[in-house]
Design a protein around this ligand. Structure first.
Ligand SMILES: *Cc1c(COP(=O)(O)O)cnc(C)c1O
Length: 401
């Protein structure tokens, strides 16, 4: 991460095609397009890469989550299980549909604990939404079996983990629906964009209509199209899709760089006896977008994070104190603050998160440090960084008791 570090001729060429045709809209304008359908082509390439029947591009990862849930008929009062450690988009997408986000603990994988998920299932639960944070996944086999047992949807948020796999399948393709983000800092980026992937023909059709005002896309006259149900505008533009098309074709190149850089850092940190690494479930392979490790306790993790920053090591996050990614700082969700009134179903269904006990999440996220793996580092850059990190961490561990 992020793909913009390596923008080049391929991105430029696809964007040039769009500018030359003048068609920024993915639908219609057939006589002006000069054969360029960047969004359609990106959907085809993405579906092939993710080994699924369908991909639906949308305007963001947040839109992808919303469209994925909507396409499967999630609506008012339905409970969707999501982790305490994720990006705020998880509960935004659920709440946008009048559904109820049910927060559940994360474990040593830094994503949903299957035991905690099982305990959270009620008669109103409709979906489980694991979030493959920082490049790695939850125990998807265990989650799938819970979903099968209770008749729930499995919706994967693979926004930070494109290219990772589980039991040989690309992340995002294992559940009923998978979501990707191509925002400005993701491994594959186009500025703003996202995608839903699925093998379900009906969900694809629903996602296609829902993301474009409910248009049925039948025939070639946009003005004459039918509207089988209400939708919104979650479309991607041809300009964004053009950048995305260049980037997705470079995914394997990005992944091999991430993996190489990750390995060098990890090997160096492995020398430190007090450091342990994030658990990756059996059958899983990370996308190597981040290197995640644990310190023996939260005080040491905080001290190491501060020291790394002071030493000029950028891109290392202490998510526990971060405003966006951990439940402790979601005061708008906890305080039920929105501009207008909340739907009655949400007000009645939402647990009182100010009193919730997420001590398992605190235990794991409180000790975690997460370092972004860049694509533009030279071999020398990574080795120097690795050496410096080991030195800084060793010093902190000798002084903080
Ligand atoms: C980036 C991200 C999103 C949202 O994607 P946007 O394209 O920024 O809306 C959702 N979930 C996770 C885990 C993300 O990292």
């Amino acid at each position: 991460m992020p793909g913009f570090e390596l923008f080049g001729d391929k991105e430029r060429a696809h964007v040039q095609d769009v500018i030359d045709s003048g068609v920024l809209m993915r639908y219609g304008f057939d006589n002006m397009r000069k054969g360029h359908y960047k969004a359609l082509e990106l959907e085809r390439v993405l579906a092939e890469k993710m080994q699924v029947r369908h991909a639906q591009l949308v305007s963001s990862g947040t839109a992808a989550l919303t469209v994925a849930l909507a396409s499967a008929g999630i609506g008012a009062g339905d409970e969707v299980i999501m982790p305490t450690f994720t990006f705020v988009a998880s509960f935004e997408s659920i709440l946008a549909l009048g559904a109820v986000p049910i927060l559940v603990d994360v474990d040593a994988t830094l994503t949903l604990s299957p035991e905690a998920v099982e305990r959270a299932v009620t008669g109103r639960t409709r979906a489980v939404m694991p979030v493959h944070m920082c490049g790695s996944m939850a125990d998807l086999r265990a989650l799938k079996s819970i979903c099968d047992k209770h008749g729930l949807l499995l919706v994967e948020d693979a926004c930070q983990a494109i290219g990772g796999t589980y039991e040989g399948k690309p992340l995002g393709s294992y559940g009923d629906l998978g979501c990707f983000s191509f925002d400005y800092v993701k491994t594959v980026t186009c500025g703003e964009g996202g995608a839903v992937v699925t093998n379900n023909d009906q969900y694809k059709l629903n996602a296609d209509h829902y993301s474009d005002h409910g248009h049925d896309h039948v025939g070639s006259d946009r003005g004459a199209e039918g509207h089988p149900f209400l939708g919104y505008n979650f479309r991607i533009s041809e300009l964004h899709a053009a950048v995305g098309l260049a980037q997705i074709q470079r995914l394997d190149e990005f992944l091999s760089i991430q993996q190489k850089n990750y390995r060098i850092l990890r090997e160096a940190l492995s020398e430190l006896p007090d450091i342990t690494f994030r658990e990756v479930p059996k059958g899983g392979e990370e996308s190597y977008a981040f290197l995640n490790f644990f310190l023996p306790d939260a005080d040491k993790a905080k001290a190491v994070h501060t020291a790394l920053g002071k030493a000029g090591i950028d891109g290392c996050f202490y998510w526990y104190d971060n405003n966006w990614h951990f439940y402790r700082k979601w005061e708008h969700l906890i305080g039920k603050k929105s501009l207008g009134k909340w739907p009655a179903e949400v007000l009645q269904g939402l647990p009182d998160y100010s009193r919730a006990d997420f001590s398992m999440s605190d235990h794991w996220v409180g000790r975690n440090i997460s370092c972004l793996i860049k694509l533009s580092w030279s071999g020398q850059d990574v080795r120097a960084r690795a050496q410096k990190m080991v030195q800084v961490i060793r010093e902190v561990l000798q002084t903080v008791s």
